[in-house]
Design a protein around this ligand. Sequence first.
Ligand SMILES: NC(=O)c1ccc[n+]([C@@H]2O[C@H](COP(=O)([O-])OP(=O)(O)OC[C@H]3O[C@@H](n4cnc5c(N)ncnc54)[C@H](O)[C@@H]3O)[C@@H](O)[C@H]2O)c1
Length: 289
Amino acid sequence: MLRFDGKVALITGAGRGLGRSHAELLAERGAAVVINDLDSAAAQEAVSAITAAGGRAAVATGDITKDAEAVVNAAVDAFGRLDIVVNNAGVDSPSPFGPTAVDSIRRHMEINFLGTVAVTAAAWPHLVANSGRVVNTCSPTLSGWEGESAYVASKGAVYVFTRTVSIAALKSGVRVNAIAPTAYTRMASEADLPDALKENLKANYTTAMVSPIVAYLAYEECSISGETILAQGGLIQRFSLAMNDGYTNTEITPEDVKDHLEEILDDSSAKPLGVVGSESETSLLDLFE
Ligand SMILES: NC(=O)c1ccc[n+]([C@@H]2O[C@H](COP(=O)([O-])OP(=O)(O)OC[C@H]3O[C@@H](n4cnc5c(N)ncnc54)[C@H](O)[C@@H]3O)[C@@H](O)[C@H]2O)c1
């Protein structure tokens, strides 16, 4: 059984939903968990439930966009160390693209992306000292979602941040991965989705089907880094970037692009693009060899 005895895990946005479920599972498996949320009542409620079930938990209330350092310090003060950061806190508001897009994208970037960066950065010395684990939260909407340009852009930023920071992390024994979940939570219940789809989510997409993936990625023997794992209703998949063989022409003209579009876009030769600097598959560096 994968156990977390002696480990301390900080989970952001863990007062409810997916974050709370991750915290409950890690606590059940022996970790001391630090529950961050800007909703202090929800955070306290989660701590009480985990403690009542025999787990070890402490609150670190705060807004990850402003209080990242204080939240990390509170985690270290509570249990004396920090081994695992689960960057889960996030928001999702409809953001049809148009004249107000910049404000909306800035807000989503601030919380979903820069909040993730800020907590990871503040925790970094502890993670390096303890060969720690970071689990970020992307979204299956990474592939594009109508009316959600701000949310999807912010999750895209988390995706590439995960990939790129994992390179530096590997050298110090830290692993940085992400999940892209679907689960019925407050966020899902408030989303602009048809009722039938919400009913399906409620019945078949539980947070309990997502948290085990977070637990594996947070585990000390987790062997992967820079990956994003889709976790939806019991289906677990790799979300990859891929490149095909493409078309080569050193005298390229606009007409060549037009005439060879099919070859340029042909996915049949596509291969997953590994993380630069890691040992996985094709790397961007291979292009320059
Ligand atoms: N539920 C899904 O289907 C789904 C799908 C894709 C991605 N996600 C991602 O999973 C994560 C959790 O989502 P959820 O569905 O549990 O949402 P939720 O709204 O149910 O819970 C999110 C929690 O984060 C907290 N939070 C928000 N902003 C914060 C901040 N600045 N500082 C601290 N806490 C903050 C909220 O108070 C809330 O308790 C989010 O990053 C979300 O984008 C969820």
